[in-house]
Design a protein around this ligand. Structure first.
Ligand code: HEM
Length: 162
């Protein structure tokens, strides 16, 4: 079985999780922030006490920051250290800075461990010979952004039953 201590060696899994959160950040607009002072960003004046929404989903799909921005390509993270912890502003599914997500480590560990177990223990098939490209990936917009239609996939246990 995959253990938590194995996770640091599972580099491709890490890339898959990053790529998933790039295209499908759980909270597309993060949480609302408020400016503490007047400031100017890229020529835009932002008065003190403005409500600020950061569109992390649009940033994650920005063609100026990403090649083939709308494609799911975990390999794009090979050979670079683009990180998911708020240091690289083109990838901020946990926000950034002092009000970034304090549950980042726990969240990432649980997601990686659950996905690792699902992949290690089961072979997966889509029903009715459906191709992965035919999956309906429509999202339901809100504070979080779940799939509009549930994913239906068929697992077959692939480890030796004792
Ligand atoms: C994959 C899992 C998770 C994702 C993607 C996620 C994402 C986020 C995001 C985007 C924010 C807003 C950051 C911002 O506006 O700059 C946030 C805030 C927060 N998250 Fe998470 N989170 C996850 C798991 C967790 C867990 C496991 C906990 C607690 C055990 C947690 C607790 C919080 C709290 C308390 C805040 C508010 C922080 C503040 O306002 O100072 N999160 N999270």
């Amino acid at each position: 079985m995959v253990e938590e201590t194995d996770l640091e060696k599972l580099e491709y899994l890490d890339m898959v999780v990053k790529e998933t959160l790039r295209l499908h950040p759980v909270a597309p607009l993060l949480l609302p922030h408020e400016s503490m002072e007047d400031c100017t960003i890229n020529g835009f004046h932002i008065p003190k006490k403005s409500r600020i929404l950061i569109n992390a989903r649009a940033i994650g799909r920005d063609p100026n920051a990403w090649t083939d921005a709308n494609k799911f390509l975990p390999e794009r993270f090979v050979g670079n250290d683009i990180d998911i912890r708020g240091r690289n502003f083109q990838l901020i599914p946990f926000g950034s800075g002092r009000r970034g997500c304090p549950g980042l480590q726990l969240g990432l560990t649980v997601v990686r461990l659950v996905v690792a177990h699902l992949v290690h223990c089961f072979d997966w098939e889509l029903p009715n010979d459906m191709l992965p490209t035919e999956l309906d990936m429509t999202e339901e917009f809100g504070i979080t952004i779940p799939r509009a239609k549930h994913l239906l996939a068929i697992p077959t246990y692939r480890l030796q039953l004792q």
